[in-house]
Design a protein around this ligand. Structure first.
Ligand code: GAR
Length: 330
């Protein structure tokens, strides 16, 4: 059963919580900050798994005591690829949509990073791009910097690289050692990580962001145009039929979804049976259309592109459709 952010007093539309797995190697205070933030009803994510490459990591005990599933196995004696594949299996089995690295002191294999592209965040104790790697606080002090700090970034194949989502500068005090600075930076980390993760998972559920993705894919179809119909953005062929609608909380149904053309009632029923959380029969559209929710946090955008293509083909005049078929042959 998917957990949902609770309705607030003014009846804001409901939304399913993003499922986050946290990877730790040690104390896990950042993991604890994420976990306690997630206890708030309005928090847009829940922690579904805390996993570690160190079975002795103290954070595991805390997570288990808080009722969060844990998994740990030592990476010793395994290749990086084999160990990461094992971790990946656990994350997928837990149904994680996102991964938060929180003091996970392992270099990740390329395949693992690729598998979570755009869905894995890391916190690093420096103002990136300064001081990647280890010993960040001492390096900031030695350089005579006025501030150290911390950054949350999207994980890409290069270590401590990838787009920075947010960061907090922390003043370096006279007489600071790496330890004293680290302990203040850690306080900043505990504030920064939960709110950055929340904003990140919300972004992918925000109707504006979702419409932007749909628009990009729909407008890539030949002769496509965007119009507004019944208050909904919709995409059609110039001087022709409509092939997609974007709906946002239509009739206060709380859904952000894409409506595309399908072959008929049988396909519609099969899709709804296959994944009743995602597919639905759109009111007033009849059996020739299906609603595909975009606000579940795990949208496969290649698949959405394919749905749009099929929908476009279903309404395109023969001459235009022929052009697409010809293009596909190349
Ligand atoms: C944190 O300071 C985190 O930023 C750092 O390890 C510490 C883990 O503490 N991570 C890195 O250096 C990654 N490059 P925690 O286990 O108490 O969260």
């Amino acid at each position: 059963m998917l957990k949902q952010v609770q309705h607030d007093e003014i009846g804001e539309a409901f939304m399913t919580k993003a499922r986050v797995a946290v990877l730790i190697s040690g104390t896990g205070t950042n993991m604890a900050a994420l976990l306690y933030a997630a206890k708030g009803d309005a928090c847009p994510y829940e922690i579904v798994l805390v996993a570690s490459n160190n079975p002795e990591a103290p954070g595991l005990t805390l997570a288990a005591a808080e009722g969060v599933a844990t998994w740990a196995e030592t990476h010793k004696g395994m290749t990086r690829d084999a160990f990461d594949a094992l971790v990946d299996e656990q994350l997928r089995a837990a149904g994680a949509d996102y991964v938060a690295l929180a003091g996970y002191m392992r270099i990740l294999s390329e395949a693992f990073v690729a598998g979570w592209q755009g869905r894995m965040l890391n916190i690093h104790p420096s103002l990136l791009p300064l001081y990647k790697g280890l010993d960040t606080h001492q390096r900031a002090i030695d350089a005579g910097d006025s501030h150290g700090g911390c950054s949350v970034h999207i994980v890409t194949p290069t270590l401590d690289d990838g787009p920075v989502l947010d960061q907090t500068p922390v003043a370096i005090l006279p007489g600071d050692t790496a330890e004293t600075l680290a302990s203040r930076v850690l306080i900043a980390e505990h504030q920064l990580y939960p709110r950055t993760l929340a904003a990140f998972v919300m972004r992918e559920r925000s109707p504006d962001w979702l419409l932007g993705r749909v628009r990009e894919l729909a407008m890539a179809m030949p002769e496509a145009e965007e119009t507004l119909s019944h208050g909904m953005p919709c995409f059609g062929i110039v001087k022709g039929k409509k092939f997609a609608w974007f709906t946002e909380d239509h009739h206060r149904d709380g859904r952000t979804a894409l409506l595309v053309k399908i072959s008929g009632v049988d396909e519609q029923a099969a899709l709804i049976e296959l994944d009743p959380d995602r597919y639905y029969r759109p009111a007033y559209f009849g059996d020739g259309w299906v609603g595909i929710r975009l606000d579940l946090g795990d949208t496969d955008w290649d698949e959405i592109g394919e749905w749009l293509r099929k929908s476009w083909l279903a309404v395109a005049p023969r001459k235009l459709a022929g052009l697409m078929a010809a293009a596909d042959e190349f």
